[in-house]
Design a protein around this ligand. Sequence first.
Ligand code: HAM
Length: 423
Amino acid sequence: MADPKLTAPRGTRDLLPEDAPWWERAETVARELAHRYGFSRVEIPLFERVELFARGLGESSDAVEKEMFRVSGARGSDEERAEWALRPEPTAGIVRAFIEHGMHVRPGPLRLTTIGPMFRYDRPQAGRYRQFTQWDVEVIGDPGPAVDAELIELGHRFYRDLGIAGVEARVNSIGDATCRPAYREALVTYFAAHTERLTDDSRRRLHLNPLRVLDDRHLDPELAAGAPRSVDHLCDACRAHFETVLRLLDALGCAHVVDHRLVRGLDYYTRTSFEFYVAGREGQQDALGGGGRYDGLVELLGGPPTPGIGFGIGLDRTILAMQAQAVPLPAPPPLVAVVGATDDGVARLRVAGALRDVGIAVRPDGSARKLGKQIESAVKAGARWAVIVGEGELERVALKDLASGEQRDDLDIPAVVAAVRLT
Ligand code: HAM
C-alpha cells in the first residue's frame, strides 16, 4: 500500500495503461471531427488571472464562488503577486486570447478547438472530479442560428461515432440583454414568494442572479416546475433565433427536447443553451457535455462586440458512458515481439528497427533469458507474433504465430511484414 500522504489527490485519477484505449478512442474521434468541421487547434495556459474567470463566468457561478482552484506565485513583481487560478473551463481563456492577439481582424468566423484538463474544487463523486478533461469547440464571430444547430449536430455525431446510444440534446433559450432583465424579475418575484423552500445558497443568490436558483441541484422539483419559463419572456429577435434553431435540428434529425429549466451554470450565456444526456438518465446523471451562445462575452472582457458559441464535452463522463454501454473499441494493430537467445541484443534491435520502419508495432526482448521464457513474456504482453532472431544471417528469421503456435522458419523481413499485415 502506498503511503497515504503520497496518493493521488482526492478527486483526481491516474490514467493507467488499461484505460488508455478508451481515452485514445475518444480523443481521436474528437480531434478528427474537429478537423472535419473546420476547427483549428489552440492551446491556452492551464492557469489564468482569477479576475478573468470572475468577470467571464460570473462571481455567483459555482465555478468561481465555490470551486476555484487558486494557485499562488506570491513573490516579487506585481505580475507574480497577481491572483491566479487553475482554469475551471477554457472558454474565458480562449476569448482572452482572441482579444489579446487581435484575432477579430482575421477572416472569420473563427473555429477554435482544444482538449485538456480543467479544475474545479467540487465535492468528488462518480463522474465529478477535481481534475477532468474537456473537448472544447468555440465559434467566434458567427451570430447563428445555423451554427447553433451545427454544433449540436456535431455533439450528436461525436457520441454516435463513439457508439454511445440514446444521446439527446436538451435545449433552451435564455434570451439576451434585451429580454433577460424582465425574465430575471419574473424569477425573483416567483422565488421570493417561496424563500422558505429554497436552499441557503439559492436564498443568497436570488437577488444576485436568480438564474442560479433554477440551476440549483437541490431545488424543490415542484417549485421548479411552476417557475416562469424563459421562452415566455423572449424578445422577438431571440424568439425567432430559437425557433430557427429548433427547426434546423428537426431538419437535421438531431434528437432534442426543449428543457425550460436549462439555464447553464456560467453567467456568460445568451440565447441558445444546450446539454447532452443519455436519454432517460438526465435525473440521475450529470450532463455528458454542454454549451451555448455567449454573444456578450468578448465585449465584457474588453474586445469588440462579437458573438460566440461553443460547447465543452466532458471526456471522463463520455468514457464512463462508453464503458457502461460496453461499446466496442477498434482492435489495436497487432504487436510483434522480437526475441532471440543467441545474439547480444543488437540483431534483435536491428530487426525491430526494420519492422518499425514500415509502421509495425514492435516490442523487442533484450534479455539473455531462454527463448521459451521470452516467448512466454511476449504472450503475456499481448504480442500476436514473435519474430525469432537466430544465429545465422540477420535477414533470415523465424515467425511464430502466438495465437496458433504455428512457426515458419527461414523467412526474410518482407515475408514477415506481409504475414503481420494480414492479421
Ligand atoms: P460546463 O457545462 O460547465 O460548460 O462543462 C462542460 C462539461 O464538462 C460538462 O457537461 C461535464 O461533462 C464536464 N464537467 C464539468 N465539470 C466536471 C467535473 N467536475 N468532473 C467531470 N466532468 C465535468 C463549460 O465548461 C463551458 N465552457 C462549455 C462551453 C464552451 N460553452 C461555450 N463554449
